[in-house]
Write a protein that binds this ligand. Sequence first.
Ligand SMILES: [Zn+2]
Length: 354
Amino acid sequence: MILCTNCHRPYPETGIPYKCPACGGLFDYDSFPISLDASPSDRHISPLTLGEGNTPLVWSDFTPIPGQRSSVKIAFKCEYQNPTGSFKDRGSATLVEFLRSRGVTEAIEDSSGNAGASFAAYAARAGIKATVYVPESASGPKRRQIEAYGAEIIAVTGPRSNAADAVRRAADKGAVYASHAYLPFNLPGYATIASEIVEQLGGAPGSFICPAGQGGLLLGAARGFAALHAAGVIPHTPKLFGVQALACAPLWALAKYGPAGLGFAAEGPTLAEGVRVRLPLRGDAIVRAVEASGGAFAAVAEEDILPGRDALARQGFYVEATSAIVWNALAQLANQLVEPVVVVLTGSGLKSNQ
Ligand SMILES: [Zn+2]
């Protein structure tokens, strides 16, 4: 069930509060509702679907430091092939299905781009009128995609957090805030990636690597692997690795320096706009999951992002800069990786400005 992580009251039976009405705390699952059956006919745990998930797992060689270490076999999970071009669709399917189940007809969301486009698509599918607050810096193609789905766009000047502040003010006035960060309903959708990967590999990965902003995919995957382990489907869970842009790397700083690290975690400009989140709401849970797995965080310097994007493209993977930070992270993490290594390519390069 879903409880407030602070006062432990259950999620209300009616309405869509984005945080606990009693104490302002964050809601989360106390036990995790994952479907363990990854067979294609039962892959979607949500009846609302645009065909998300079931993305290809494509093998490739990676040589961390040319000439110094033999290449590592990497399996790329091509999440950019989801219906709107990003992994967010897994979470939007379950989140918007929940909205529909509560009779919601209008909802607002804030996003740097991919989450907004995904939310707009699933809202359109569900007949819900969507309004999406975006930072003015969000790329043109993503904004056009959001508008094409029929959602209204409200552009907010300044950094990503300004859009979040604006949407919270609207929520405080009564709008339904379908937040992919505050609400936990997208996490079971993200967890489906774990059972898919296990099915595609024929077992558990040794390492799981993905970009992390709010960290929803990383946390959802962690819970998915944990549920599969608890059910006896896999003998061990993978080491989890989260990748951030050094310009905005609070999870990396928290894991490396403890709470003091958050004091100097900046929200600097970065090409990896999709992971530009200064205060990830579930940061504590994500850092705990990563540390318990024996994994780690990596932070990628700005000058290393586009070379990673190009290196991936030379292998035929056309992803956006946010996704491409995993390439440099592979070199940083090379000595910690356990094979088989699964790397998530989260978003398409086709709607990128860079
Ligand atoms: Zn509470």
